[in-house]
Design a protein around this ligand. Structure first.
Ligand code: DGL
Length: 275
């Protein structure tokens, strides 16, 4: 194996800011790895778009990451993971890691009562991505799904704890609250940004599952398995590319990542499409 292969960055993409929740997890367990992030902020949200469009956008996002010479692609978007994983795996000759299977497995490890709730975008919920993945691993558990599409713009706007966010969360989650679940999968990478509100509304008795934590550990296992972990001992560099620079992006991203983000660059959408 070429020594340089190990020093290539890890590629991560999402429709917007949500995938940063995954970057944070990957960076915390693989601190010396370089990461290239792409957030398709010009075309967010993906969660209300058709499967065909999400596949098309995901292929473009992944091609962009491949142009940055990545050694693995992390699909830090549950919506894209729900519908585009097979196409991505066929198209690219690097490991492609999605959110759904790791999150499903993580939820099953945490549930005691076997009553699991899943929240996500319309696309993720309508495709029953988590329900199928959880039932495949354990057909005996009960899974209750609810789409919460407004959580994505709330997270993108940085309305992390606002009154409106509480009201919307109360409205969306009331059915799940009555269903006696003990575990709730945050089936969209934007949702951990709103975890405090979601936890308060659901109550302390419900364990929130962040699929990003589970996916990050799969990234580590996979890199170790194929012998592609970096040999570097210095902190990894993170490069952020987005397809539009909304005014608040840096402010919210800095708060969320807990440090100022350097190297945020805009990618021209026309260039992205033509890759
Ligand atoms: N963060 C993404 C997800 O995990 C998509 C949100 C959206 O663009 O609708 O599903």
């Amino acid at each position: 194996m070429n020594f340089m292969e190990k020093e290539k960055p890890i590629g991560v993409f999402d429709s917007g800011i949500g995938g940063l929740t995954v970057v944070k997890r990957v960076a915390s367990i693989l601190p010396t790895e370089n990461i290239v992030y792409f957030g398709d902020t010009a075309r967010v949200p993906y969660g209300g778009k058709s499967n065909t469009t999400v596949v098309e956008y995901s292929m473009q996002d992944a091609k962009f990451l491949m142009s940055k010479n990545v050694k693995v692609i992390v699909v830090a978007c549950n919506t894209a993971s729900s519908v585009a994983l097979d196409d991505l795996r066929k198209a690219f000759n690097v490991p492609v890691i999605g959110m759904i299977e790791p999150g499903a497995d993580f939820a099953l490890k945490h549930t005691v009562t076997g009553r699991i709730g899943v929240i996500g975008t319309n696309t993720t919920i309508n495709n029953h991505a988590y329900l199928k993945a959880i039932k495949k691993l354990n057909p005996d558990v009960e899974v209750f799904e609810k789409a919460c599409p407004l959580f994505v713009p709330l997270a993108e706007e940085g309305w992390i704890e606002s009154k409106a966010t509480y009201l919307i969360a109360e409205e969306y989650l009331k059915e799940l609250k009555d269903l006696n679940i003990d575990t709730l999968v945050l089936g969209c990478t934007h949702y951990p940004i709103l975890a405090k509100v979601i936890q308060e509304v659901m109550g302390e008795g419900v364990k929130l599952i962040d699929s990003g934590i589970a996916a990050a550990s799969i990234v580590k296992t996979e890199l170790e398995r194929i012998g592609f972990c970096t040999n570097s001992f210095s902190p990894g560099i993170q490069d952020f590319y987005i397809s539009d620079i909304p005014q608040k992006f840096k402010e919210i991203a800095d708060i969320f990542m807990g440090k100022p983000l350097e190297f945020i660059r805009k990618v021209d959408i026309e260039k992205l499409i033509s890759l």
